[in-house]
Design a protein around this ligand. Structure first.
Ligand code: ADE
Ligand code: ZN
Length: 342
């Protein structure tokens, strides 16, 4: 870039150029209002909105639960295998446009099985798109099945049971939905079972919940990374431990802002996490609901936090070193990040 680094043009150019992985993305949260309408019409599902603009206007949230209520309603238009394919394919095309080379996406099987949609219908459609994405867009993937933490331990076990015939197609388990009042300890046994099955483990912790929930995710669930982790910064000993163990935090700046986890973008934990040497990554969480995909999230924090080129490169590297990819593939991606930064 021939201009001054502080100009948006330069940082935006580097953000676009950097190869990156997205590690915190709920595929159901990539359902854009236009697709919501198209699928509602295709499946004869009634929705309480007259236009995509009206849907967008309804996306004003005061907290996580406000959002989740609308997010679960939105899922009701996803019925057939083709619906899940179309949803996932649309996300992958957006990801490719942002130079995303690897994705580790979440899906919420209970959000579908509870409505009478088969576990396999969701899995088949999502996986078919991921395979096409790998072949046609060059985006590698891992698929992470989340348990809804507002539901019971028994329901989580039933979901793990449904996954048993498909363990070669599912790479990990996660924990999402309403955090407050649903600590990780509730799922200690189901996560132990998932680990015994050889699945990777991650969990949302410290988004709205206190640092104790992050401790529980680490000690009781034995997670390999922490999704969000904002409130871990309230506890010095915990912060030190995350640094020493090199744990990855998958932070979602625009989600944090839209769910009032932070008062403004300048308060994004990305600044402090970088300063403390934590392995932080930047992700979009539910881009259709929070107004931006991964590069939008990078651009928002770059402007608000005054990130340097070296910090952007660090964030892109972290996205690969924090992934579940094998070391040789991580090394190849990190080399590509450094080449792109030249
Ligand atoms: N499900 C989808 N997005 C989520 C988030 N940000 N936190 C918890 N559960 C979610
Ligand atoms: Zn999330």
């Amino acid at each position: 870039c021939s201009r001054d680094w502080s100009s948006d043009v330069c940082s935006s150019d580097l953000i676009a150029r950097l190869p990156k992985a997205e590690l915190h993305l709920h595929i159901e949260g990539s359902l854009e209002p236009e697709m919501l309408f198209a699928l509602a019409a295709r499946n004869g599902v009634a929705i309480p909105f007259a236009s995509p603009a009206e849907v967008r206007a309804a996306y004003a949230f005061s907290n996580l639960q406000d959002f989740l209520d609308i997010y679960y309603q939105g899922m009701s238009v996803l019925i057939t295998e083709q619906d899940f394919y179309d949803l996932t394919w649309a996300y992958l095309e957006r990801a490719a446009a942002d130079n995303v080379r690897h994705v580790e996406i979440f899906f919420d099987p209970q959000g579908h099985t509870e409505r009478g949609v088969a576990f396999e219908t969701a899995l088949d459609g999502i996986e078919r798109a991921l395979k096409d994405g790998e072949a046609r867009l060059g985006i590698s993937y891992r698929l992470i099945m989340c348990f809804l933490r507002h539901l019971s331990e028994e329901a989580a076990f039933a979901t793990l049971e449904q996954a048993l015939p498909h363990l070669h197609r599912i790479h990990g388990v996660g924990l999402d939905s309403s955090e407050l009042g649903h600590p990780p300890s509730k799922f200690q046994r189901v996560f132990a079972h998932a680990r015994e099955l050889g699945l990777h483990v991650t969990a949302h912790a410290g988004e709205e919940g206190p640092p104790e929930y992050v401790y529980e995710a680490l000690d009781l669930l034995q997670v390999e990374r922490i999704d969000h982790g904002n409130r871990a910064l309230e506890n010095l000993a915990l912060t030190r431990r995350i640094a020493e163990e090199g744990l990855t935090l998958t932070v979602c700046p625009q989600s944090n802002l839209r769910l009032c986890v932070i008062p403004d973008m300048a308060s994004s934990p990305v600044r402090r996490m970088l300063d403390l040497g934590l392995k932080v990554t930047v992700n979009s969480d539910d881009p259709a609901y929070f107004g931006g995909y991964i590069n939008d999230n990078f651009r928002s924090i770059t402007a608000a936090l005054g990130l340097s080129a070296a910090e952007l490169v660090q964030l892109a590297e972290n996205s690969f070193t924090g992934s579940f990819l094998p070391p040789d593939e991580v090394a190849r991606h990190v080399a590509a990040v450094r080449a792109a930064a030249q």
